[in-house]
Design a protein around this ligand. Sequence first.
Ligand code: SF4
Ligand code: SF4
Length: 224
Amino acid sequence: MIVAEQKPFQEIYESVREHQNLLILGCGTCVTVCMAGGEREVGILANQIRLAAKEENRKMEVLEHTITRQCDEEFFDSTVSSSIREADAVLSLGCGVGVQHIVELFDEVPIHPGLNTQFFGANLQQGLWGERCAGCGECVLDTYEGICPVARCSKSMMNGPCGGSSNGMCEVDPENTPCAWQLIIDRMTKLNKLDKLMENQPPKNWSRDRHGGPRRTQREDMTL
Ligand code: SF4
Ligand code: SF4
């Protein structure tokens, strides 16, 4: 899922404090699961903003709404579409994709982001998420037996480890980040496939990644 965290309250409040009629729009998918932008967070943030406005003697009406997915037009029904058009501005608690999708659908309304979108990750334990995929566009997990060197090695090394791997940890963050290449070697050892690492992997084709410019996917069989 896409992992995000809420921006600091003061940053959010500064971006919306001039509006008199604000709609806070949550998203019911990834950012609900990572507890950054679901219905619950919309409610808490709405109360914080109301209180802050009251302290400043500002007249501000704050409406709350959460839809299933901000990145999919089908979930913008007539109720939420009217609320968006009637608002002075929308504070989106969706990821960066959701924010931009609302901009595309309602280009006459100012849209403010309430989250910092971080990565594609997995829930590792209560309250902890870790990056697992960088959306490189050409998955090489098979070569590395299911451990991603693109997302999990700090240098995205296709042939590793580098000289900074120590006690199984990455030199970039030795307290918290396991060396991806240690994980790859451990995994290959467990599967009795260490020989696989004798093959030198060629440079990755980064044109399929973000570095090749904005991407799009079209499924001919799904296109109307
Ligand atoms: S190789 Fe690319 S697509 Fe596969 S998990 Fe890593 S970043 Fe994601
Ligand atoms: S220590 Fe490991 S994870 Fe860190 S940059 Fe080097 S090879 Fe990559």
